[in-house]
Design a protein around this ligand. Sequence first.
Ligand SMILES: NC(=O)c1ccc[n+]([C@@H]2O[C@H](COP(=O)([O-])OP(=O)(O)OC[C@H]3O[C@@H](n4cnc5c(N)ncnc54)[C@H](O)[C@@H]3O)[C@@H](O)[C@H]2O)c1
Length: 358
Amino acid sequence: MIDQFKEVADAVRLEIPKNHRVPVAIVGAGGIVDGAHLPAYRKAGVKVVGITDVDAEKAHDVAKRHGIEKVYDNLDQMLEQSQAVIFDIAVPADTQPALFEKIAKVGKNILAQKPLATTVEAGTAMADLVDQYKIIAGVNQQLRFEEGVAAAHKMVELGWIGEVSNFSITVNLITPWELWPWAKDLERLEIMLHSIHYHDLIRWFLGDPKTVFCVDGRTKGQYPKGETRTISTYKYAQGVSALVHANHVNRGGDNYAEYRIDGDKGSIRGTLGLLYDYPSGRVDTLEVNSQVVPTDGWMPYPVTTRWFPDAFIGTMGSVMSAIAIGSQVRSSVRDNVNTLKLVHALYRSMDSGKSIDL
Ligand SMILES: NC(=O)c1ccc[n+]([C@@H]2O[C@H](COP(=O)([O-])OP(=O)(O)OC[C@H]3O[C@@H](n4cnc5c(N)ncnc54)[C@H](O)[C@@H]3O)[C@@H](O)[C@H]2O)c1
């Protein structure tokens, strides 16, 4: 069994080979850069050579605490003067496309944040820029690299649970929305900012569904205006289904974040430790029950790293490897346009009360 786990562990290790590492410059010095991008890059030996933010004070503070050598006044100056090979963007989604375009047009590679854009049209235009200017670009859907989730993907690929027939994700949280004042009045909240990770993940495992249905909810007294509960179901061909149920106003005090993948020869179940006690979190877990390997009941897989910050090594590493050896970006901009299409189909379903064909 330990030998079989080795094949999985080798496939999901979060490291960036030394000869793939290139200098990075960051646009945006907000919470996610401070708390996840920079700690991950330090762990992986990635050199950050510059940072800029419209809030210069914030950029200086983050640069000082993380040892970034240069703060630039703006993106134009950073594009002109820095030696960065990859520009790492982490600003709100409505601001991202214009910055992305500027960077693509001078032929620099990009790691963008999720959501890539607020509309499918803007996301498609970004994917077209990637092709036109022949750059490498990825989107920070780093849940695809979370060690447990990536191990589950590898187990499915190895056929350990046979043919997958369902993927369910259920999270029930008390999310501190006050940390993101810019999100307070957003009409589109839960799926656009949070569950987009789960919808992107299910696409990575199962591809695009044929039909989706989604209902939204709100809780009396909640801080943000937008939806804080969503229940989404997917229908694929041949009886394959998926479910995402996410609630962010859990007044029961029992946070949980679970996923489960069922096949005809077994099942995989896991938890996302981060969400049990955000942002400090706890260890992620994964278990597999396989008639193929076989396991004797539920077998724990030892997850040793976390969604935040470790998985951020994966998204950056994927862009770096694509530059160094021409490998596929796991979460490419073109692929992510389909995640945006799915997100918008879910919102159309929510608005109309009808199921939507993709
Ligand atoms: N991948 C993930 O798991 C994950 C997690 C959290 C946030 N995010 C995404 O990252 C982005 C940033 O989130 P955050 O939590 O850091 O928000 P934040 O509000 O803490 O930071 C955003 C920063 O962007 C700066 N900014 C805004 N417009 C700019 C511009 N034109 N040029 C330069 N800087 C600009 C702001 O001044 C601010 O410092 C959002 O799109 C969010 O959805 C992703």
